[in-house]
Design a protein around this ligand. Structure first.
Ligand code: AMP
Length: 396
């Protein structure tokens, strides 16, 4: 369980509360195209309003790289939050984020009011975690709440630096929920505990594989990364994705699984095509691929094998699709896994990023126990790392 103070442990009545949220939402023509992150932030914001705090929200959006970029303004987020909360969220338009306008907006707040600051990455200090901006942010508030799990793996001014200059620093409900789910799953899982890893690269998930092999009963590997393992085992993989530098590592992990008694499952067949295209002809291949073929999804036998391995699972953590799920012809493996997770009586936790998108697009989102809002952050968590954004909050 998370041993950090949360919004339940403090009294914010009449206090200025700066809340670091993750409002990094996709925008198209100034319109928010996916508001999951806004919805996920509401419980903490509502709680602070109800407790009579002066609620000052902040977040980054995209990568303006230290400059005011109008298309990355948080103004549309303020408008949508106003609707979602049913009360005005005043937008403190300010190219300097904490300039005269923001200071005036905060000075004018009554208890229970909400103000949203401009994109924190308009300031060049933000991603460098430099004191000048951290102090500016701290000057606006009496209490700091970090509810931005999606950036918890980064040490920036608005989630880490600011805590140097504010005495009371706690986590919000979203952060707490993410860490309780991910933490419990990894540290205290009901068994059998199965992890499913997919996606394009072994290199981005090395430490996750290594850490999870110490914890799980079964590790299922699919996606582009399985071809590095297949090559390491001596199979011909044609033009499939491969990371030559990681062949030895793959061998090491196969050995580690044996030593630890972990059931490591790799594909026994693959759907292969000659082009990386949904229009390409494809065939099911067991064993070696031809030189001009690439594997783009797990095959039907592998689907059965993986589904079978999930049947009795009591805890499942999933990160990374089983194939190129964006193309209908190569989405079958990812769909089969998502369907089985939706069916089984287990705690099912989906890492953020592509696997979260896949589960939602395929319509299984509401069948999962928890879908993380942070891709990079959830991966680092599964690596067993301490996240700087969490570490910076006060201990209980
Ligand atoms: P990652 O960001 O590493 O989790 O990778 C996600 C991406 O991996 C998705 O865009 C998938 O299309 C891609 N992917 C999954 N399986 C394969 C494969 N067999 N070959 C190429 N790309 C793949």
């Amino acid at each position: 369980m998370l041993n950090k103070k949360s919004v339940d442990d403090i009294n914010v009545k009449g206090k200025r509360v700066l809340v670091r949220c993750d409002f990094n939402v996709p925008l198209a023509d100034g319109k928010i195209t996916d508001e999951n992150r806004l919805i996920a932030a509401l419980p903490t914001i509502k709680k602070l309003i109800a407790d009579g705090g002066k609620v000052i929200l902040c977040s980054h959006l995209g990568k303006p790289k230290g400059e005011a970029v109008p298309s990355l303004s948080l103004a549309p987020v303020a408008a949508r939050l106003t609707e979602l909360l049913g009360q005005e969220v005043k937008f403190a338009a300010d190219d300097n984020v904490v300039g005269e306008n923001a200071k005036a907006a905060v000075a004018a707040m009554a208890d229970g009011d909400v103000v949203l600051l401009e994109n924190t990455r308009y300031r060049k200090e933000e991603t460098k975690n430099e004191d000048a901006f951290s102090e500016d942010l701290a000057s606006l508030c009496d209490v700091f709440v970090n509810d931005a799990f999606g950036t918890a793996h980064r040490a920036h001014c608005s989630n880490v630096g600011v805590t140097k200059f504010v005495d009371t620093c706690v986590v919000g409900y979203l952060m707490q929920k993410e860490i309780d789910f991910l933490g419990n799953a990894v540290e205290n899982p009901e068994r059998p505990f199965v992890a499913i890893l997919g996606g394009s690269k072994v290199s981005s998930k090395i430490s996750v594989i290594n850490n999870l092999l110490d914890k799980v009963d079964t590790l299922i590997i699919g996606g582009g990364m399985c071809f590095t393992f297949a090559k390491a085992q001596g199979f011909k993989i044609g033009k499939s994705l491969v990371e030559e530098d990681y062949l030895d590592y793959a061998k090491e992990m196969l050995e580690k699984a044996k030593t630890k008694g972990v059931n490591l499952l790799l594909p026994v067949d693959t759907i292969a095509a000659k082009e990386f295209s949904n229009d390409a002809e494809f065939r099911i291949v067991e064993g070696d691929l031809a030189d001009d073929e690439m594997g783009l999804d797990i095959g039907p036998k592998t689907q059965d094998l993986y589904v079978e391995a999930l049947k009795d699972a009591k805890t499942v953590v999933w990160n990374g699709p089983m194939g190129v799920f964006e193309m209908a012809n190569f989405a079958g493996g990812t769909i089969a896994v998502a369907k089985e997770l939706a069916n089984i009586d287990a705690v099912t936790i989906i890492g953020g990023g592509d696997s979260a998108a896949a589960v939602n697009i395929l319509g299984f989102g509401d069948k999962m126990t928890h879908i993380s809002t942070g891709g990079g952050a959830s991966l680092e968590f599964l690596e067993g790392k301490e996240l700087p954004g969490v570490a910076a909050a006060n201990d209980r």
